[in-house]
Design a binder for this molecule. Structure first.
Ligand SMILES: [Mg+2]
Length: 377
C-alpha cells in the first residue's frame, strides 16, 4: 500500500511538578552545592495527527530549569502543525532553527526533547511496534539496577533493607551514593552493602562529581577490592582529561555522562576515552534523535551504555544498543503513568505495548500546573 503523508493536527504541552516523598541528598548536597531535592518538574508533549495517531513524550528538570524548558517549547511548538510526524529529523531541525539564537544544547534542546520523544512514540505506535523494536532491538530485556534506595540521606541500615527489597523485586544490581566529606564513612557504607548483598550481586557507586582528581584516584584504588561494576561521576562532568587519566589508572570501569547536555559534549567525552561506560540521558541531550547519534559513536569506540534516569524511555534505547547495557531503575515516575515496567531475574522487560508503552495518569494531570495547545483538537 503506498504511503500517504500524515500531518500534525494538534499539540498539547503541559508542565507538571512531581513531589518526592522524602528530600533526596547526594554528594552535591554534602559539598553545599545543592539543596536536597524535593520535586522533579516535567514537560509533557502530546501530539496527534490528521490520520488519528498520537504520541506522548517528556523532558524533565531537577531543582531548576523546568519553567525555562516549558517556555521554550511553547515558543517553537506551532512549527509542528501541518508537518508529517514521520519526518522526525526534518521536524527536529525546523524547531532547532526556530530557536537557533539560544543554541543547540541545554534548555533549548531539552525543550525539544519532549516533542522528539513524542514523535518517536507516535511513529512506533503507527508501526504497531514497541519503540525498541522500531529502532531494532538486540534483546527483549535489559539488566537493571536500583538507584533510589542508595541515597546519602538514608542510613546504612535503610540502604541495606532497600537493597534486599530491590533484589526481591527482580532488580539485578544495587547502586549507592558516595562522596561524603568523610571518605571513611563512604568505605564503611560500600563494605556494609557489599557484605549484605554478597559477592555475586552487581554493585556500583556514584560520587556525583564531588571528588577532585587526587581524591578520586585514592578512593578508586581503595574501592577496587569491592569488585564494583563501575564508579560513576567520580569527577566534574566536564573534566574529560581527568576522567581519562582515572579510567587508565583503575581496573574498575568509570562511568559518566548524565550531566552533559548535547551530543557535542558527549563526543568530547568519547574522543577523550574518558569513560568505559557512557551514561547519556535522552531528555537532557535533546531527545531520542540525538541520543541515537551519540550511541552510535559510543558503540564504535567500544563503550558500555547505562543511560541515566527516565527508564520509561531508556529501556527501549538500551534494548537497541549492540553491547549488553544497563538501565537505571527509578520508581519515582511511576505515579505519572498508568503502566508499570516489569522486572524479573535481574532484568527489566521491554513492554509489548506499541511505542514507549506509557499513558499519562490522572495523577499526572492533577500535578499539571499549566498547559497550552496548538492546532485543532
Ligand atoms: Mg548518577
Amino acid at each position: 500500500m503506498p504511503y500517504t503523508p500524515d500531518a500534525v493536527r494538534h499539540v498539547k504541552l503541559s508542565t507538571a511538578c512531581l513531589p518526592l516523598s522524602t528530600p533526596i541528598s547526594d554528594a552535591k548536597v554534602f559539598t553545599g552545592r545543592q539543596k536536597p531535592m524535593t520535586e522533579v518538574v516535567f514537560l509533557f508533549a502530546e501530539i496527534s495527527t490528521e490520520q488519528g495517531w498520537s504520541g506522548v513524550g517528556f523532558s524533565y528538570s531537577k531543582r531548576a530549569g523546568g519553567p525555562a524548558q516549558y517556555a521554550h517549547a511553547k515558543e517553537v511548538a506551532q512549527g509542528l502543525i501541518g508537518e508529517d510526524p514521520n519526518d522526525i529529523a526534518k521536524v527536529y531541525d525546523k524547531l532547532l532553527w526556530a530557536g537557533a539564537s539560544v543554541g543547540r544544547s541545554g534548555v533549548a534542546t531539552q525543550a525539544l526533547a519532549a516533542i522528539d520523544v513524542a514523535l518517536w512514540d507516535l511513529k512506533a505506535k503507527r508501526a504497531g511496534l514497541p519503540l525498541a523494536k522500531l529502532l531494532g532491538a538486540h534483546r527483549d530485556s535489559v539488566r537493571t539496577y536500583n538507584t533510589s534506595g542508595g541515597f546519602l540521606n538514608a542510613s546504612l541500615d535503610e540502604v541495606r533493607d532497600r537493597a534486599t527489597r530491590s533484589l526481591e523485586e527482580g532488580i539485578g544490581g544495587i547502586k549507592i551514593k558516595v562522596g561524603l566529606p568523610d571518605s571513611g564513612e563512604d568505605l564503611r557504607r560500600v563494605a556494609g552493602v557489599r557484605e549484605h548483598i554478597g559477592a555475586d550481586v552487581p554493585l556500583m557507586v556514584d560520587a556525583n562529581q564531588q571528588w577532585d582528581r587526587a581524591t578520586a584516584l585514592r578512593m578508586g584504588r581503595r574501592l577496587e577490592e569491592f569488585d564494583l561494576v563501575w564508579i560513576e561521576e567520580p569527577l566534574d562532568a566536564y573534566d574529560a582529561e581527568g576522567h581519562a587519566q582515572l579510567a587508565a589508572a583503575l581496573d574498575t570501569p568509570i562511568a559518566t555522562g548524565e550531566m552533559l547536555a548535547s551530543v557535542a559534549e558527549h563526543v568530547r567525552l568519547i574522543e577523550s576515552r574518558a569513560c568505559d561506560i557512557i551514561q547519556p540521558d535522552a531528555p537532557r541531550v535533546g531527545g531520542i534523535t540525538q541520543f541515537l547519534r551519540l550511541a552510535a559513536l559510543a558503540d564504535q569506540r567500544g563503550l558500555g551504555l547505562a543511560p541515566h534516569f527516565a527508564m520509561e524511555i531508556h529501556l527501549h534505547l538500551a534494548a537497541a544498543y549492540p553491547r549488553e547495557p544497563w538501565v537505571e531503575h527509578f520508581d519515582w515516575l511511576d505515579p505519572l503513568f498508568e503502566e508499570r515496567l516489569e522486572t524479573r531475574g535481574g532484568r527489566m522487560l521491554v513492554p509489548d505495548r506499541p511505542g514507549l508503552g506509557v499513558t499519562l495518569s490522572g495523577q499526572a494531570r492533577a500535578w499539571t500546573t499549566d498547559s497550552v495547545e496548538f492546532g485543532t483538537a
